[in-house]
Design a protein around this ligand. Structure first.
Ligand code: NAP
Length: 487
């Protein structure tokens, strides 16, 4: 059987693609390597897991949720939300769980995918919805394997390990490390290892009352309004407009709010100095936290800023020679964010591999298409917008664009579409030029940067991305004819 489309991955983007493909009557399948849906929200179950995007904004536009418990939703609730949407739209019958795709080859008018068992699947279109925060980054720290206690990566939490009253080293100060410290400080003795201080934006996270939820249930207009709440949207737009200029008024304003948060929250001048970042706010993804500064000042907490020299049987030794004895080491060290669909082997026209196409850095024209890979489209792929906003919104914009590519690719005589090399070259040139001068490129290390140190993200505003996703520029696409594509 040849499918109209094959979606790889059943996380937030894959479910979205599935719902739209089903609604438009396409023959499709979703292939998911894990045993359940949810992607990053399935994989991450660490204590304190919270989305720092307001819950009502972190929903599919067509499926508002009156049941959120708080302004910032706990990870478990988000996973439940995706499960509920998945069930409501009857997506299960389209999914093959436990199916890991090893390779994909373009066969002239369709893709042939092979899974780990050697079973093949044919589809005219492939939608790579494999996520970006997916492959855990295990740091190369000398002696890590010698540690006698438990070592847990934040994205592979081991819930059988008791945490109460334990001494726990948390390595990493990204959104994840900060959330874990905040959650554990009241019950464990936290040792937070900071390589780089972070700017922390003050937020509150009140619970919704039962009365409020009843109001959300009965008032669909209110719920729809909250999904696209004007202040939130305006803040996203202001921030994404400001990205291009690290010295813009908006960035300075954000930095001042973060600085006031630090100065007003931390009493001890030595600790305050340790927590003081030395780069522009917004260079790394901003941390939104209502309680980290409180957590790190708990009597049982300690912030350690001396570099880690090695890990030993009983703990972490720092460059000042001190051995910090701990029971558990948590690696909140992030993800390998340049992997995308890899390690899958993808072979497009004339035997060209994605590995070759990405020999410098991963990229895709307007985040969607790579030349010579007809009908292979990315969601939240290379150069997608990232920041403190809803990636569901990004996926929806991308789907609007991809669905038009799919329709166009079904026209008589067209075997497939891929971005023209010159269109990608121009896009990459403009994107890199802008990105280098952006706040993301203003002098810090982050997962936004490619191996050359250039931000590999959409450097322009959210509204520009929305505009670009409204309609493909057809001159920028090669319309592969069936004979040419086979040759
Ligand atoms: P991350 O932002 O990449 O942070 C990784 C941390 O580990 C950094 O502090 C890094 O230090 C540190 N690190 C890495 N290798 C190290 C080593 N060898 N020694 C010492 N420290 C090391 O990862 P993350 O916190 O998991 O967050 C990744 C992304 O996930 C976020 O940016 C966000 O997009 C998403 N996320 C979102 C939420 C949310 O609330 N929406 C929550 C969690 C995560 P340096 O800073 O010095 O490099």
């Amino acid at each position: 059987m040849k499918y109209d489309a094959i979606v790889i991955g059943c996380g937030m983007s894959g479910i979205l693609a599935g719902i739209h493909l089903k609604n438009s009557g396409k023959k499709f399948i979703i292939l998911e390597k894990a045993g359940t849906l949810g992607g990053t929200w399935r994989d991450n179950t660490y204590p304190g897991l919270t989305c720092d995007v307001p819950s009502h904004a972190y929903t599919y536009s067509f499926e508002p949720n009156p049941e959120w418990s708080r302004v910032l939703p706990p990870g478990g609730e988000i996973q439940q939300y995706f499960q509920a949407v998945f069930d409501k739209y009857g997506i299960a019958e389209y999914v093959r769980f436990g199916t890991e795709i090893a390779g994909a080859v373009w066969k002239g008018d369709a893709w042939e995918l092979k899974d780990q068992r050697g079973q093949s699947y044919q589809g005219r279109v492939v939608v790579a919805a494999t996520g970006v925060l997916h492959h855990p980054n295990y740091p190369q720290i000398k002696g890590l394997e010698d540690f006698a206690g438990h070592v847990i990566h934040s994205a592979r939490w081991d819930h059988s390990v008791p945490l109460d009253a334990k001494k726990i080293a948390i390595i990493g100060t990204g959104s994840t490390g900060v959330q874990i410290v905040s959650a554990l400080a009241a019950r464990s003795k936290v040792r937070h290892f900071q390589r780089t201080a972070q700017w922390i934006f003050p937020v509150e996270n009140p619970a919704f009352t039962e009365e409020q939820r009843a109001e959300f249930r009965s008032n669909r207009d209110l719920l729809t309004y909250l999904q696209r709440e004007p202040t939130y949207l305006a803040n996203v737009e202001r921030f994404t407009e400001a990205i291009l200029d690290p010295n813009s008024e908006q960035i300075r304003e954000i930095q001042k709010l973060c600085q006031d948060n630090l100065d007003g929250s931390i009493q001890d001048p030595v600790l305050r100095q340790k927590l003081q970042p030395h780069y522009r706010a917004g260079c790394k993804r901003l941390i939104y936290s209502p309680d980290y500064y409180k957590a790190i000042q708990q009597p049982g907490s300690e912030l350690i800023t001396d570099g880690i020299s090695q890990i030993e049987k009983s703990g972490v030794r720092t460059s000042d020679g001190v051995l910090h004895e701990v029971d558990i080491i948590v690696l909140a060290t992030g993800f390998k964010t340049d992997r995308y669909v890899r390690p899958m082997d993808v072979t497009g026209l004339q035997g060209k591999t994605l590995e070759q196409a990405w020999s410098d850095v991963p990229t895709a024209y307007k985040s969607i298409s790579v030349p010579d890979f007809p009908n292979f489209y990315f969601m939240n792929g290379p150069t997608s917008p990232v920041g403190n906003f809803s990636l569901i919104d990004t996926s929806e914009m991308q789907w609007g664009y991809i669905s038009q590519l799919i329709e166009r690719g079904e026209q008589a005589g067209v075997a497939g579409l891929s971005a023209k090399p010159e269109a990608l070259a121009q896009y990459d040139h403009d994107r890199k030029q802008a990105a280098k001068g952006s706040v993301f490129g203003s002098g810090c290390h982050s997962w936004y940067l490619d191996k050359n140190g250039v931000p590999n993200t959409w450097p322009w505003s959210q509204s520009r991305f929305r505009q670009e996703m409204l309609a493909p520029v057809w001159q920028d696409y090669t319309h592969h004819q069936t004979e040419e594509a086979v040759a």
